[in-house]
Structure formats: C-alpha cells, structure tokens
Design a protein. Sequence first.
Length: 324
Amino acid sequence: MLHWIPENAGITAGHWGLTSNDLSVAPGFIPGVQQQPRPAVRFQFGPPTHTDRPAPPESVVIRLTLIAAMASVLLTHIAHAQPEVPADFYDRGVASRGNSVVFCIWPTSPLVALDRAVAQAIGDAQLFDVEFFEVPLTSAGAQETFEQELFIHLMDNCDAVMGGSLAWSPLPEWLTITRPYLEITQTIATSDRTIANLGDLPPGTRVGSILMSPSDMVFATAIRAGLLPNITRIPYDTPARILAAIEAGRLEAGLVPDHAVEGYSGPTLASASTDPLRLAPEATGMLLLSSNTYLRALLDDAIASLEAQGALDAVIGKARETMD
C-alpha cells in the first residue's frame, strides 16, 4: 500500500499501490554495520539454582560445543543476510511487550481501517492485546532503502507489518510473510463511462499506473509486446494521485486497486475491466522477521481459523463499508 515502488513488491501495490521499493517509506539510511535480527522468543531463563550437580559427561560437552559452533555459523549467516543498517539507527531488539503485539500500519493507505480491523480480530482470536504503530511516510525510495527502513521498524517499532505482498520474490532471508488475509483486485478507473475494459481505450490514451507494482509490470510488458498499441503508460506513486490526475484531465485512465476507486472522495469515477490484461488478485499478508517463527505461527493459525469460520470475510466486509 504505498508509493513509489522500484523492484520487488514488498507491500502490496494493492494497499495503495505500492510495493517493496517505496512504501512511501520514511527517509532512508546509509549502509553501515550489520546487526543480527532480534530473537523470536524474548524470554530469558536464569541459571540453575543447584551448584552441586556432577559435571556432564565428556560426550555431552562435545555435543554442546558442536551445537554452539553451528549456532555461531548460523548467526553469522543471518547477520550477512539482513540489510546493512548503522547500529545507531535501531536498538538491536525490542524489550518484551508482555501480552501485546504491535502492528505497523500505513496511515495514508486506503486500507488502513481494514488493516486495523483484521489485526484486532486476530488479536481477539489469539487473546493478545493489539497495538499499532503508524509508519511515517514520505514519497519515493529505492529497494535497498525500503528494506533498511522495514528492518528498523521490525526491530524497534512493531512485530508485524500489515500489507505485505506475497508476490515479493525472492523474499529476503531475514523476512517471512504470513498466509494472505486479503486479496486485492485491479481495475481501470476512468471518467468515460462508455469504456468497458482496457482494450476499449482509444489510441493516445494516457494511463496512470503504480510504478513497479505487480500489475504495473504486467502492464508495461504488454505495452512493450505491442498488445496495447498507442497506450501511454504514466508511472505514479499512489492510487490517490492517479485518480486526482484523471479528475484534473492529466490522465484519461488509471490502473489502480478497486478499493481506491470505491473510496475516492472526488467526483465519481467509473471502473472498467482490465481485459485484455490477465491480472491475478494480489495476495496480501503480514511481514515479520524470519526469526519470529512463534508469532508467525500464531498469526497463520488465527487467519486460517477466521477464514474457516467466515469471520474474516465479515470483518473485511464491515471495514470496506467505512471506505465507501
């Protein structure tokens, strides 16, 4: 749900049209010292209280030594896999929040109310307290900058980031993503109600698209292949700016998430099919540090349970009503 979007799709272009590279992310950071991601389990256990136990057998000592050596190699590998971020930019792990889970959300996303509702429903299902951290957004950014910023948020500000795209491939080794809680479909927004689909647009039509989102990449490929002759693709950073450009006459149409048109506060725009483009719905999940396996399992279980009960559809449907 974000903004500019170079390379891989990190945050679904659906949420607002954005993906990995831009999330309209906060200011970027210069590569520096590499740090290890915070451990998934934040509990610390004290030393044994009995001091008169016999020394362990030599074979046990050898096994423990080998395990420690293997762990050291693994941690070194993880450290190299994470973004290069100066240590001064994060606290190297967040203190235990007790029974709370903090979700990063994008306050300017059209889906922010939906994301809040889904996160709250998951917390209610798993009996933990839900808190939110609103990610401050600027516009533009590069893939490296986006990943650095995402790493810092997951280290210091939140446990999970809403709006992650399952289309992000390959996903960095230090990241993992939950099963999808939402699928986002694309539409053609236009002020011309005679247009039924993308193929009906006349030659010379200017069509806005969210730069480097999954749908934008398909769109650009189709134009290069000659499947959409004389269509001019104009890259934008957010769906809202595309819709405003259509209203102002700078664009004739836009390839945007359907909910962006539904929630647009300006003059009513028509929605047309994306045919002949075959655009699969964009699956959206939550991004976490790959070390946070326990929380990932909790979130996956909650999403699956809510889906099976029909509760997830109900939550999403109610949230969408507030966007209309």
